[in-house]
Every structure is written in C-alpha cells, then in structure tokens.
Design a protein around this ligand. Structure first.
Ligand code: UT7
Length: 328
C-alpha cells in the first residue's frame, strides 16, 4: 500500500513591530549602511519588544497558519517548534505554545538545528504523517535572536532579526504535497556558529557572562563557504529524489542569511533570480523562522501558485543543512 503524502495546509508568519534600520546600527557600532548592504543585502530587521517571548511570536504566526488551513487548535495532535532562542531552556517553547493556542490534544516538543530547524522539522513531520502517527501538525520556526546578540560586535549584530513562521501539515488531499526532503549535519564544524554558555558545558555564571559567552558567535567567512556548497548539493539531491530537475523548479525559497549567498546558490544551481524569493533585505537572518517567513510572503505576493514546484533549502549551526521539494 502506498503511503499517503503529507502537505502544507496553511502557512503564516509574524515579525515584531519594531524595525531597526542600518542607520540606527551606525549609531551603535562601527559600521555603515553601505557595508551592510554590499556584504549582506540587509536594509532592516525586526526586533521583539522586551515583553515578547518566542512563544508570543510563534502564537501569531501559528494562528494565521491555522486559519488558512481551516484547522482549529483542538484538532492538532502535534506541535513542533524549531528554535535556538526559545522562551527558556525548559520546558519547551512548543509546550508554551500548546497552552497559549489552546491545543490540549497535541504533544509538543522543540527541535534545535540552527537555521535549518524548520526544514529538519518538515522532514520529521512529513514522515510522521506518512507513517500515520500524526494527522494534524503545527510546525513553527521562531527566533528572538536579538536577545543573544552582542550589540557591540559589528560582525554579528547587523546580521540577524526576530520573527516566527508557521505551517500546518496534514495528509495531502490531491497531487500537491511534500515530494522529498533531506537533512544533513557536520558536527566537526560546530564552532563556526555557536552560543557557548548557558548549557551543561558552561553553565551560567558571573564568569561566563563577563566573558560574553552567552552571545551568538560566528566565523562568517568560513560559514559562507560551507553554506553555498552544502545547500547546492542537498537541493540537487532533493530534486533527484522527487524525480525532478532544476528546470522544473517554479520558485526557489532559500534560507535568508545573506543576499550574496543566495545569489551564489542560484548561480550554482542555474536558477534565474526571477525564480528566487528573497526578503532578507527587510528581516535580516531570522534563523529557523526564515524559510516559513519567506514562503508566507512569497504566497502573499502571489508567487506560489497551485501545482507549482517549490524548492526550499537552508543551512545553519551544527553545522546542519537541509532541503525540501513541494508541489503546492
Ligand atoms: O544563517 C546561518 C548561516 N550564516 C551564514 O550563512 C552567514 C555567512 N557569512 C556571511 O554572510 C558573511 O561572511 C558576513 C556577512 C558575515 C561577513 O561578510 P564577509 O564578506 O565574509 O566579511 P568578513 O567577515 O570577511 O569581513 C571583512 C571586513 C573585515 O575587516 P578587515 O579585516 O578586512 O579589515 C571586518 O572586520 O569587514 C569588517 N566588518 C565590518 N565592517 C563594517 C565585519 N563586520 C562589519 C560591519 N561593518 N558590520
């Protein structure tokens, strides 16, 4: 018997109201609008209000995804939250979201796979649905990275932003759905992108705080190299698994870390930029939220049409990378 296919039934996204421009950053650190634009393409990013936690952002994105799917919170049997900046180390942000959204029938847990978190989640959830283990799943990517940035470090603080994106998944009702997913990791290169303290290795102490070990750290140049290569390879693998070629792709929605990485990737894959969705200009890198935020905006702009092939690809801390091919 052929397994059912999983499909995205609804999507939604939310970014906090406060917008921080490059000009504002010029007043904080030794940087310039020109440098940020030229090296990253980023013009502005959204920053959560002090009282807004990850689960609050997630709630807003999730409500829109549920409304689009026509699914009520009570029907959910699983909530998966991809995040590395959850409300607190435990309990999971997914459990907070379960309570806030009112989904008592749903099991709930978080996954941490850096900026690839949403695609790790999509891989996991599609297989759970195909196996018949779950029927209606809420998958959220949410980050409040502004809380873990060193606002005196120009090499990182200009790059990131806060947001949430959500998808409701269920059994596909027609030819649409998730055609193939792939995920991968290379733990040897974990130090390229990490937040060293606050866990069991370096528990929070005055010393770790004084040493700035609770801040996001990245070796940008090295990360850049691995990002372009690994995303290209896994995207091609996913298309092959789906029985498709690059010419079949109607829209490429890559992780939004840097416009230069996206341009490199599109060139390497020979996908014209007209078929690539970008919004890193307005949000910066929102890590786990980036793909569902971009997909939601692409859909809102009419760039995702019924029957089209959408290719998603991401890369992040771990190192991790992943890809998904969908027929909308
Ligand atoms: O989402 C997870 C994956 N993350 C990524 O994919 C990020 C990958 N990396 C990148 O996007 C880029 O490497 C960055 C945008 C982070 C940096 O761009 P780059 O072209 O690789 O610059 P760089 O780090 O090589 O730095 C070039 C110069 C340095 O000065 P010197 O040593 O050449 O004098 C930096 O000190 O730019 C300097 N610099 C800045 N100058 C002004 C670094 N940050 C800034 C800044 N403003 N904000």
């Amino acid at each position: 018997m052929e397994m059912p296919r999983a499909a995205i039934l609804g999507i939604g996204a939310y970014a906090p109201q406060r917008v921080m421009t490059n000009l504002e950053l010029e007043r904080l650190v030794d940087t310039s609008n020109e440098w940020i634009l030229e090296r990253t393409g980023i013009e502005e990013r959204h920053i959560a209000a002090p009282e807004e936690a990850g689960s609050d952002l997630a709630l807003k994105a999730a409500r829109d995804a549920l409304a689009m799917a026509g699914v009520s919170p009570g029907e959910l049997d699983l909530i998966v939250c991809a995040t590395v900046t959850g409300d607190m180390p435990f309990p999971s942000t997914a459990c907070y979201l379960q309570e806030k959204i009112g989904a008592p029938q749903a099991a709930a847990f978080d996954i941490g796979a850096g900026c690839t978190g949403f695609l790790y989640g999509l891989h996991l959830v599609q297989h759970l649905i195909r196996a018949g283990a779950h029927r209606k799943v809420l998958l959220v990517g949410v980050e409040v990275l502004s809380r873990v940035l060193d606002w005196t470090d120009r090499s990182t603080c200009v790059l990131l932003g806060d947001a949430a994106g959500a998808a409701v998944l269920g059994v596909a009702q027609d030819q649409s759905g998730i055609l193939a997913t792939n995920i991968a990791a290379d733990g040897q290169k974990g130090e390229l992108l990490h937040l060293p303290a606050g866990g069991s290795l370096h528990p929070a102490s005055h010393e770790t705080v004084d040493a700035g070990m609770h801040y996001f750290k990245m070796n940008g140049r090295e990360t850049f190299k691995h990002a372009t290569r690994n995303m290209g390879e896994i995207a091609q693998q996913t298309l092959r698994d789906a029985g498709l070629g690059l010419g079949d792709v109607d829209l490429l929605v890559p992780h939004q870390a840097n416009l230069r990485i996206i341009t490199y990737l599109a060139k390497a894959l020979e996908v014209p930029m007209e078929k690539v969705f970008t919004n890193v200009q307005r949000y910066g890198n929102t890590s786990s939220a980036s793909i569902p935020l971009a997909l939601t905006e692409a859909y809102g702009a009419g760039r995702v049409q019924k029957g089209q092939v959408i290719l998603l690809v991401a890369f992040g801390a771990g190192l991790t990378w992943g890809s998904a091919a969908l027929r909308w």
